[in-house]
Design a protein around this ligand. Structure first.
Ligand code: 6PG
Length: 260
């Protein structure tokens, strides 16, 4: 049974394990797809999360023995990424490859609906190219931001999300939609949508599991607002819904009554 806590700014759902968390995430996804179908523009724009946590959600959505596959009109879903490693799409490090293997290929998603960050390009070229993709797809005027229906995010044990890492300049980016950011600990660049884009989404859902994230999650949700140290705190969509889907292991240090 999911435990749900609603605060002024967010909803927190605590699942018993990854499987229950993934099912809850799939239900959110299906609901948002239904809602977008009800709207006149009836397309769902989703920015996928990287890392390993979302894999089981992706598999569940594509599973032929589950209802999600047929409840969602995949022809009207456009897939983007919140971030990408600077690697080729075939690399086992690639966030695109993870989604392609577990979701896009099994669902036979048309390449026309897949808008990937090109990690194989020189980082600043890839960021500029994706910025143009977003501006064109969302038909943005000068100074306008894309408004994703859904952005899925993970959280690292250091408090990063997407590829917004502690102490990096991209945290205070006010112009660009997409940035190439050098991450010291990897000695490599990453590609990421910027905080303004994330905070302009209609729905943002974090997927966080594991005891190794419990301490950081407590600091992010209950601690002082210090986004430079804990970039996940930067995610506060003023005109959108923020949902944290976490498992019991990641929630074990939370004082859910204290959440504001
Ligand atoms: C990435 C992700 C990153 C990820 C977190 C959590 O490219 O790695 O976008 O932000 O979501 O690091 O990763 P796990 O789900 O593997 O713990």
């Amino acid at each position: 049974m999911l435990r749900t806590i609603k605060t002024e700014r967010m909803e927190i759902q605590v699942a018993s394990d990854l499987q229950q968390l993934s099912r809850a995430a799939a239900e959110h996804f299906a609901w948002l797809a239904f809602e977008s179908a009800e709207r006149d523009d009836n397309r769902l724009t989703v920015a996928l999360a990287g890392g390993s946590t979302p894999k089981s959600l992706y598999r569940l959505l594509a599973d032929e023995n589950e209802s999600f596959r047929r409840r969602i009109d995949w022809r009207k879903t456009d897939f983007f990424w919140g971030d990408e490693r600077c690697v080729p799409p075939a690399s086992d490090e690639s966030n695109f490859r993870t989604a392609s293997e577990n979701l896009l290929r099994p669902l036979k998603i048309s390449p026309l609906n897949v808008h990937r960050l090109k990690g194989e390009l020189e980082p600043s070229v890839a960021a500029g190219e994706y910025e143009r993709v977003l501006r064109s797809f969302f038909n943005l005027g000068q100074g306008e931001l894309p408004r994703f229906d859904l952005i899925l995010l993970g959280m690292g044990a250091d408090g990063h999300t997407a590829s917004l890492f502690p102490g990096t300049e991209v945290l205070s980016e006010t112009e660009r939609l997409v940035a190439a950011t050098f991450v010291e600990k990897f000695g490599a660049h990453r590609l990421t949508i910027t905080p303004r884009v994330i905070n302009n989404a209609a729905h943002v859902i974090f997927l966080v599991t594991g005891a190794d994230k419990a301490e950081t999650l407590k600091a992010v949700l209950e601690g002082d607002f210090e986004p430079d140290k804990r970039p996940s705190q930067i995610v506060r969509p003023p005109n959108g819904n923020l949902t944290w889907l976490i498992d019991e292991a990641a929630a074990r240090l939370l004082d859910l009554k204290k959440l504001k």
